[in-house]
Ligand binder design. Sequence first.
Ligand SMILES: [Fe+2]
Length: 208
Amino acid sequence: MYGKGSTPAPGTSTPVVRLAAFATAMEICDPALGAHAARVGANAEVTALRLGWDGEQLEALRLGAALHDVGKVNVRAEVLAKPGRLDDRELAEIRAHPVEGLWLIAGVASLRPALPYVLFHHERWDGHGYPTRRAGSAIPVEGRVLAVADAFDAMTSGRPYRRPLTADQAATEVDRCGGTQFDPEIVQAFLAALDAGEIVSGGAAVAA
Ligand SMILES: [Fe+2]
């Protein structure tokens, strides 16, 4: 009865099963990751709407935001949860999560639209980000949009070792980093959405 038609063979991992496995692994790895990803997705979407993105792009954005930190499932829990300063080895382990995420989803055709979000969300406009150190418009726009929403959520979320910034404080920081860390045009769209009351602030502790 298996092996014909659309019914997968026993033990076959369909895209939906894989997504469920990722979601479970991410939740175990850091219980705050799911809520963080949801807020980042919502904030990136209202920003993207102001940039004129269409339905298909927004659909990919939702998938990409949900999966952007999936590579953290391959980062040791004690490194993710470590309060305070990371040593060089721990920093390298954390900084591997975009590439780890790429390997996790690269083989699943239906998840491919998430790839630019997963791989490029820690790049910086000035070329000092990771993992590829691309700069400016050489960074896919998907990564540039998510970077702003991701950083705002990290700043406005509590950490075990520091209090969250207020939305106003985080907005000032996002504005200040336009042209260095972030694409200035995307910063303007994000701040316009914030002024219009469309941006949600962070929540409980989120790992770096
Ligand atoms: Fe990340």
